[in-house]
Design a protein around this ligand. Structure first.
Ligand SMILES: [Zn+2]
Length: 252
């Protein structure tokens, strides 16, 4: 039987038969990978803790005809605090679900893997605000998959746009409108000049140049709302974890 080794982060799991589970990993060099964990639901299974969501493991996988199977699994980093704090769990679940939806099987995506890993570490450390970590994560995902809003030119007439005090972003068209096209602003979200400038900077800069960015709480909320809607509409994703996250935010 053909076997290979890789590293993988658990995105999700579901039950199979009486005692098994199918685990979805995002791996360093195979992209998304689904594999059976045999006997993992028996009470003395030594690996049941390693296949919990967010756990980061070294894997040996047997290629099967229909389903791959985990042969060996060793933990590299458990990320258990992300499962113990409700707010962190909600954000980590959203990140895992977004990667699960945009990641492809047998299609390595090293930047996406590294982003998920570093974002989980950031959720643990919280050296920056949790909403900021979430915003940067989403924008980096969109950058990695090459899906960017149109910010320099009007999305309707392609005239160059000068950013004003208030700007109008059309979610369906995927960009901002110039002053002449504002008559069709019915499907638009208003965003401040600050938020527009930051959005431009985030989408035009390299992946590592986000550290010294300063943003007001209002601008951050506005951009999170806008990017969530942009992802929902353009990637056609109805993310269960996003509903959960929004519910937790309201409770907090
Ligand atoms: Zn226009």
């Amino acid at each position: 039987m053909e076997a290979f080794t890789t590293e993988g982060i658990v995105l999700k799991q579901f039950d199979l038969g009486e005692a098994d589970k199918i685990i979805t990993f995002f791996t360093r060099d195979q992209g998304k990978l689904r594999a059976v964990a045999r006997g993992v639901r028996k009470c003395k299974s030594p690996i049941s803790g390693l296949v919990l969501p967010f756990s980061y493991n070294h894997l040996t996988i047997y290629r099967g005809r229909s389903l791959d199977r985990i042969n060996q699994i060793k933990n590299i980093y458990p990320f258990s605090p992300l499962r113990e704090d409700l707010l962190k769990m909600a954000y980590a679940s959203f990140m895992a679900e977004l990667v699960e939806r945009v990641g492809m099987e047998n299609d390595p995506n090293q930047p996406l893997f590294s982003l998920l890993l570093s974002s989980f570490h950031q959720l643990l450390k919280l050296e920056q605000g949790i909403k900021f970590i979430d915003l940067i994560f989403k924008i980096k995902v969109l950058n990695i998959i090459g899906f960017k809003p149109q910010l320099a030119q009007c999305v309707l007439c392609a005239e160059p746009v000068t950013t004003n005090y208030q700007n109008y972003f059309n979610i369906k068209q995927g960009g901002i409108l110039c002053a002449n096209c504002l008559s069709s602003k019915s499907d638009c979200m208003q965003i401040t000049g600050e938020a527009t400038q930051i959005l431009k900077r985030l989408f035009n800069s390299g992946l590592d140049s986000f550290k010294n960015l300063r943003i007001s709480a209002a601008g951050e909320n506005q951009l999170n709302h806008l990017i969530d809607n942009f992802i929902l509409y353009h990637l056609d994703l109805k993310l269960k974890s996003l509903e959960f996250l929004n519910m937790i935010k309201k409770m907090g």
